[in-house]
Design a protein around this ligand. Structure first.
Ligand code: CP
Ligand code: NVA
Length: 311
């Protein structure tokens, strides 16, 4: 018999632009109701249980998923890799099969992207990527929502990345292809996007321009984006700080972007490293809107995964 696969959210590349738009629409509409102080009429996820597995630290992802699930009427169970038998060698496949018998969905933060994909393969419930070393799709959905709130539709626009080619950038590249915008990427040669993501961008018609010079990347851009220089799981801290120093986003770099440009950062930030205090605390910065929008986007993702009838 045919088995319908659960609706997982592992990477933006797995979804059509239309699907991503649908999730953003749910997020926007639930946000509008919350902002107006209207208690949501229905609780579309009542009786549903979300297991949240954190193998690495988190503030935003953890709290936003927890509040999102409860706001929608569901329940959450917080798990850490170290406290589970996973930490003693139980396989991802068996963990997926067992959790699927208890829960309605799993959100996981784990460095190994292969482990995430394995979990999705063996689970019979939706699996949501809460960050891996490869990608951070929920973050970039929140970032796109934030961009559009400030500047209108992102389609046809240009965003610029200055810094390390990390997991957040990979999801931005996926989004560029699916939602039809251009991304200029300035990185040092040694910390440039992987061959894998470059090949994906090429095969999927993403407008990605790889550069060395941050000024060239931000020229006229609608958004200037960066992230930390040392991500979870990175070695070579000293090398990274030296190589990435020319990519710091400061007021001078912001002036090279469009006048209306926003500054974006997924947080946590390191003031004085990848961004100056003046920029992150300045008028162009939308970093706390991005953080808030994590909540609204998680709701969109949860409804899409768990209430397909309504999403
Ligand atoms: N931006 C982000 O994912 O933050 P946390 O690590 O706090 O979840
Ligand atoms: N690139 C960062 C994002 C943290 C939310 C990391 O992976 O550590």
């Amino acid at each position: 018999h045919s088995v319908t696969r659960p609706r997982s959210f592992l990477d933006l590349s797995d979804h059509s632009g239309e699907e991503l738009r649908r999730i953003l629409e749910i997020a926007r509409s639930l946000k509008a109701r919350r902002v107006k102080g209207v208690e949501p009429q229905e609780r579309p996820l009542a009786g549903k249980y979300l297991g949240m597995v954190f193998d690495k630290p988190s503030t935003r992802t953890r709290v936003s998923f927890d509040v999102a699930m409860r706001d929608l009427g569901g329940e959450t169970i917080m798990l850490t890799g170290a406290e589970m038998q996973l930490g003693r060698g139980e396989t991802i496949a068996d963990t997926a099969r067992v959790l699927s018998r208890f829960l309605d969905a799993i959100m996981i933060r784990i460095l190994s992207h292969d482990d995430l994909v394995d979990l999705g393969r063996y689970a019979t419930i939706p699996v949501i990527n809460g960050l891996t070393k490869f990608s951070h799709p929920c973050q970039v959905m929140a970032d796109v929502l934030t961009f559009e709130e400030r500047l209108g539709p992102i389609e046809g626009r240009t965003v610029a990345w200055s810094g390390d080619a990390n997991n957040v950038l990979a999801s931005w590249i996926h989004a560029a292809a699916r939602l039809g915008f251009t991304i200029n990427v300035a990185t040092p040669a040694e910390l440039a996007p992987s061959a894998e993501i470059v090949a994906w961008a090429k095969a999927n018609g993403a407008a990605v321009n790889l550069m060395r010079d941050a000024y060239e990347a931000v020229a006229g851009a609608d958004a200037v984006i960066t992230d930390c220089w040392v991500s979870m799981g990175d070695a070579d801290e000293e090398f990274r700080r030296a190589a990435l120093a020319p990519y710091q986003v400061d007021a001078k770099l912001m002036r090279a972007a469009a006048k209306h440009a926003v500054f974006m950062h997924c947080l946590p930030a390191h003031r004085g490293e990848e961004v100056t205090e003046e920029v992150i605390d300045g008028p162009q910065s939308v970093v706390f809107d991005e953080a808030e929008n994590r909540l609204h986007v998680q709701k969109g993702v949860l409804c899409w995964c768990l209430a397909p009838g309504q999403a």
